[in-house]
Structure formats: structure tokens, C-alpha cells
Design a protein around this ligand. Structure first.
Ligand code: PEP
Length: 252
């Protein structure tokens, strides 16, 4: 049985005070979510200090949205995996399409970041996904295979046994246009088959989350698919009732 996970990526939204209100609201509603579902929130760095304790008391895990590729030193503006981990943060989102697109993150950068994450006890939520033109030209399988092979294939089996992957078609992120549940299942199954080529049966243990305009109205259909183990949620994670409602949409 794979873990069921709903993770909220708050992106660059909310002040720390607003973030505290949001995590308190999520914590208040958490009782309505089945205990087998792990809830993760990934606020901006500035919020981590004031959120981790409230989250921990409520049984909610915390992730950061990024970490540095280097361990320490003269890297103005960067935040190391060690700093993040020392706050009680458990996860780190890496390879999000916004980081790949706006900050030029390549497989090389991501390999370095994953090394830092694992070395400091952070579990990566590694994001993959194709752009609209790559979907329309039918190249999406190649794109996703490359994103997996160039990064995940460099990990040890031990590291992969704690990895989480998020499939986020770029054309569905923040657009209100969701992949159909069949499109999500097709790619999740494909990701698992690529993992199987290198890691064998371990591929069955890796949770694969869907991300891209997931909301309380479409989550049930998407989560009904056998290789979809939950969601990485952007916009809808900023409203506690919506985030919690999504977490209630797993098949009984
Ligand atoms: C995301 O960026 O990780 C995401 C899934 O965003 P949204 O839910 O807003 O599409």
C-alpha cells in the first residue's frame, strides 16, 4: 500500500502572519481527513520558523519549496537544505516547472539539490511534467522519461524508497485546465514503468502525485486512478476548506 498524500504548494503567497492563520485553519479541519492521508504544506522560507511547530502539533508535515544546490558558503540569497531541515521541515519540492522555467533549473542543478536534500534528511518531492507544445506534438513521454532518467536514475535504491514524484503538466498549472483522470493515469503508469526499468519492484512503492488545477470538484475523479497517490495543490491550497476537501476525495 502506497502512502496517500496531499501537499499544498503555497508558492510566493501570504505574509508570515497570514501563513500562521492558514496553517491554523488547516490544523482545525484536519480531523475531517482520514488519518492515512498525509497532509504536507510548503510555505515560503520566511514562514517555516513560525509554522513548523503548529503543523507538527496537528500532525501536518512541512515542506520547503526549494533548497540550495550547495551545502553552505558565499551564495547570497540562498537557503541550504541543512538550514531548512534544522527547523523540523521534512520535505522539499524540487524541479517544479516554475523553477525550471523562470530560474533555469536544469537536471544538473536538480541533481545537486537532491544530493543536498538527502544529505540533510529532507525527502524530495520531485516534479516532472511537459509543456503544452510537448503534449500537442506527442513528445511528452520522451520529456518525462528524460526528467526521470537524468535525475532519479542517479539516486540509490535507498533514496528512491523515500522519494515522492509529482506529475504536473505545465499546461495545467494555475490555468484551471486539468488533465483528465485518464491522461493523469497514463503518465503516472508510465513514470512507474520507467522507474521499474532501473529500480524494479521499488517502483511500486513510490507515491506519484498529480498537480495542475486540482480542486475539490475534480480531485475525486483524479484520485480514483490506480497510479495516482494524491495531489500537489497550488491555488486551492491557499483556502483551508478547499485543501481539506481535496484530501477527503480518496476512494474509500
Ligand atoms: C503547482 O504549481 O504545483 C500547482 C499544482 O498549481 P495549481 O494547483 O494552482 O495549478
Amino acid at each position: 500500500m502506497r502512502k496517500k498524500i496531499v501537499a499544498g504548494n503555497w508558492k510566493m503567497n501570504t505574509t508570515p502572519a497570514e501563513g500562521v492563520e492558514l496553517i491554523k485553519a488547516v490544523a482545525d479541519l484536519k480531523k475531517d481527513v482520514c488519518p492515512e492521508v498525509e497532509l504536507i504544506v510548503a510555505p515560503p522560507y520566511t514562514h517555516l520558523c513560525c509554522i513548523t511547530e503548529i503543523a507538527a502539533k496537528a500532525g501536518i508535515s512541512v515542506g520547503s519549496q526549494n533548497c540550495a544546490a550547495e551545502p553552505a558558503g558565499a551564495y547570497t540569497g540562498e537557503v541550504s537544505a541543512k538550514m531548512i531541515s534544522s527547523l523540523g521541515v521534512k520535505y522539499v519540492i524540487l524541479g517544479h516547472s516554475e523553477r525550471r522555467e523562470y530560474y533555469g533549473e536544469t537536471s544538473e542543478t536538480l541533481n545537486a539539490k537532491l544530493i543536498q536534500a538527502y544529505a540533510n534528511g529532507l525527502t524530495p518531492i520531485y516534479c516532472v511534467g511537459e509543456k503544452l507544445d510537448e503534449r500537442e506534438s506527442g513528445k511528452y513521454f520522451d520529456v518525462i522519461r528524460k526528467q526521470i532518467e537524468e535525475v532519479v536514475f542517479n539516486l540509490s535504491s535507498d533514496q528512491v524508497s523515500s522519494l515522492i514524484i509529482a506529475y504536473e503538466p505545465v499546461w495545467a498549472i494555475g490555468t484551471g485546465k486539468t488533465a483528465t483522470s485518464d491522461q493523469a493515469q497514463e503518465i503516472h503508469e508510465f513514470i512507474r514503468s520507467v522507474l521499474n526499468e532501473k529500480f524494479g519492484d521499488l517502483s511500486q512503492q513510490v507515491p506519484i502525485l498529480y498537480g495542475g488545477s486540482c480542486n475539490p470538484s475534480n480531485a475525486e475523479e483524479i484520485f480514483s486512478k490506480k497510479d495516482v497517490d494524491g495531489g500537489l495543490i497550488g491555488g486551492a491550497a491557499l483556502k483551508a476548506p478547499d485543501f481539506i476537501s481535496i484530501a477527503q476525495k480518496f476512494p474509500k
